[in-house]
Structures are given as structure tokens and as C-alpha cells.
Design a protein around this ligand. Structure first.
Ligand SMILES: C[S@@+](CC[C@H](N)C(=O)[O-])C[C@H]1O[C@@H](n2cnc3c(N)ncnc32)[C@H](O)[C@@H]1O
Length: 218
């Protein structure tokens, strides 16, 4: 996630504003996922307004999603993770959540643009948007800037939103506190937290509710 000020935002905006005030200035981008080109509309006032974030890229390329998995994309932005997950789970269902209404609108458009009907976008705050629901996969490049207590709450609530064999995937870098969050995850998901990818200063962590037979915790 970019920590420097984002010039695609007006000074009054955060990328996590519910109603961004930055003037709309839409763009297009594409990336390759599992041999297919996915195409997206992006906009100012939304995280990664002009290009795919390198942390998100690493998360998407390492994320394992089964054909019929139920997936939760927490903080979906314009939809990179959720759209890719919906491609990977044609017989499953993806729920994408964001507080930023402009992001949610783009994510809906991007599902349609990629002809995906097995996903939905909800405007809401984290797990409040999915009360009582359980997922096989939760994937997130979380909004680190909202503050450590909120990110810790996310990590602590995650086990309750996972199926017995569910997995949480999270990407972050050292300056965003990922090493600290890795320790918290180790408390919430004993013996199952793994670093599954590293690159450009980011690491992708996977935490499983049930230890995988082939897993060795690090
Ligand atoms: C780092 S961005 C990631 C966006 C997108 N998943 C990506 O990787 O490009 C985090 C996202 O979380 C959203 N967000 C911030 N606070 C939130 C909350 N309380 N509940 C849900 N989403 C939130 C922001 O609006 C932003 O879109």
C-alpha cells in the first residue's frame, strides 16, 4: 500500500472516505490473472487510483481459491482482489465490502465489465457488512491508515467469519506493521500462520483455522 500522500486524492480526502470529494477522473487498467486479461475502471478518490498496488498484486498472484469457495474481499477498493477471486471460484460466491461508495460503485462495474455474476459488493464497515456469515477465504489488503486498533480488531474477528477449514490472507509491509500483525495472527490462529509470498518489501500471510496437514508454521 502506498504510504506517501496520494496525488489522486484531494487534500480533504482519504482513500477510505465514505464519500470522496476528489473530482472524478476515470481511467482504465488491465492485468493478467491465471492467463486471462482482467480489465478495470479506476478513479480518483479510491485506493490505487491509477495502477494496481504492488502489495495487492502479490496477494492476488499468491491467493489460493477453490472453484466453489465462498470468499470475502475486505476493503475491496475498485475490486482487483474480488474480481480475481470471482474468476477463480466460478461455482462459489464472492462478497466484496468497502466503506467508500465510489470504490463500491467501481467494484460493481468491474464485476460486470469482466462478466462475473458470482459476486456482490456491499457498502459497509468490515465484518459488520457480513453478520453471521462464514467464508472459506478472507482476503485483504487492509486500510492500514485507519489505525492499529481497527486492524487488530479485524484480525481478532476473522476466525469467527471463517469456516472450520477457512483461511485468512493478508498483505502488508514492515512500515505498515505487518510483523506486529503477524504476531497477533499467531495468537488468533495458533500454529498455522505462514509467509506465503514476499516481494517489493511486502509479505503475504496466510492463517488457517485448522492446521493444514502439509503446513509447517513459521
Ligand atoms: C489498502 S485499500 C485496498 C483496496 C483494494 N482491495 C486493493 O487492494 O486495491 C483498503 C480499502 O479498505 C477500505 N476501507 C477503509 N475502511 C474500511 C472499513 N471500515 N470497512 C471496509 N473497508 C474499509 C478503503 O476504502 C480501501 O478501499
Amino acid at each position: 500500500m502506498t504510504e506517501e500522500p496520494d496525488d489522486a486524492l484531494s487534500s480533504a480526502d482519504h482513500y477510505y472516505s465514505a464519500h470522496p470529494r476528489s473530482a472524478s477522473d476515470r481511467g482504465r487498467l488491465r492485468f493478467l490473472y491465471r492467463g486471462e486479461i482482467l480489465s478495470f475502471t479506476v478513479d480518483r478518490g479510491v485506493f490505487a487510483a491509477r495502477e494496481l498496488d504492488p502489495g495487492t498484486d502479490l496477494l492476488i498472484q499468491s491467493l489460493e481459491v477453490g472453484r466453489s469457495d465462498r470468499v470475502l474481499d475486505l476493503g475491496c477498493g475498485w475490486g482487483a482482489v474480488g474480481v480475481a477471486a470471482a474468476k477463480a471460484a466460478p461455482d462459489g460466491r464472492v462478497v466484496m465490502v468497502d466503506v467508500n461508495r465510489r470504490a463500491a460503485r467501481l467494484a460493481r462495474e468491474n464485476l460486470a465489465q469482466n462478466r462475473l455474476t458470482n459476486a456482490e459488493v456491499r457498502v459497509g464497515s468490515m465484518f459488520e457488512a457480513v453478520p453471521g456469515e462464514r467464508f472459506d477465504v478472507i482476503a485483504t489488503n487492509p486500510p492500514y491508515r485507519i489505525g492499529r486498533p481497527q486492524i487488530l480488531a479485524l484480525l481478532r474477528q476473522a476466525p469467527n467469519a471463517l469456516t472450520e477449514t477457512g483461511r485468512l490472507w493478508i498483505v502488508g509491509k514492515r512500515s505498515q506493521g505487518i510483523l506486529h500483525y503477524q504476531r497477533t495472527l499467531a495468537e488468533e490462529f495458533p500454529g498455522t500462520v505462514e509467509v506465503v509470498a514476499r516481494g517489493s518489501g511486502y509479505r503475504v500471510l496466510r492463517a488457517s483455522r485448522t492446521p493444514r496437514p502439509d503446513a509447517r508454521a513459521r
